[in-house]
Design a protein. Structure first.
Length: 187
């Protein structure tokens, strides 16, 4: 009986002095490719037409570990697009664009799996086209952009799906895009 009490006391003391279990950290960074489809919205639907991003790169930093349901993120992307059937394409049959954006945001995990996050991001965008876009008849625009999406970690990769809307807050062309990205994750 004394041995059982002594063993219980020793095990209890060891358990009280044991370090707390640490949460697993997910990879903080990712860099990879992004592709997608886009279309002008409102009056810009006719001006821009519809098309796709044939090539894009994005890099992200998100400090997240598995014991927290939320975290912050920053993402930068550069994408090259081609738009068809837009009235702004006067010289070439397609409107070619280059978009650079920087987004700050929140990531939230409403479910139990620690590798999937909903994302809400907002930031700024630079847009450049090969031809002037009405009604301002400019080729370069600066404005806001917002996105909602999903990030999923699988192995050493992060897959993302985003719906983005921009340009916000100016007279530049507005477009809605559905983007799919895959990035290599790391520290």
């Amino acid at each position: 009986m004394r041995r059982t009490l002594a063993a219980t006391a020793v095990l209890t003391a060891l358990a009280l002095h044991a370090p707390a279990a640490r949460a697993d950290e997910l990879p903080s960074g990712s860099i990879g490719l992004v592709f997608g489809v886009l279309s002008g919205t409102g009056a810009d639907a006719k001006r821009l037409g519809f098309g796709f991003y044939q090539f894009g790169m994005q890099a992200a930093w998100q400090a997240t570990n598995t014991d927290r349901r939320w975290g912050w993120s920053i993402r930068a992307a550069t994408m090259f697009g081609t738009l068809y059937n837009g009235t702004a394409a006067q010289i070439d049959s397609q409107l070619h664009t280059m978009q650079m954006d920087l987004l700050l945001g929140l990531r939230f995990r409403p479910w139990k799996t620690p590798t999937r996050y909903l994302t809400l991001r907002a930031g700024g965008e630079l847009l450049r086209a090969n031809e002037p876009i009405p009604p301002l008849m400019q080729r370069a625009f600066v404005g806001g952009i917002a996105s909602v999406g999903l990030d999923q970690y699988v192995g050493g990769f992060m897959f993302s799906v985003d719906v983005r809307y921009g340009l916000i807050g100016n007279d530049g062309p507005s477009a809605l895009a559905l983007l799919v990205g895959v990035g290599l994750t790391g520290p």
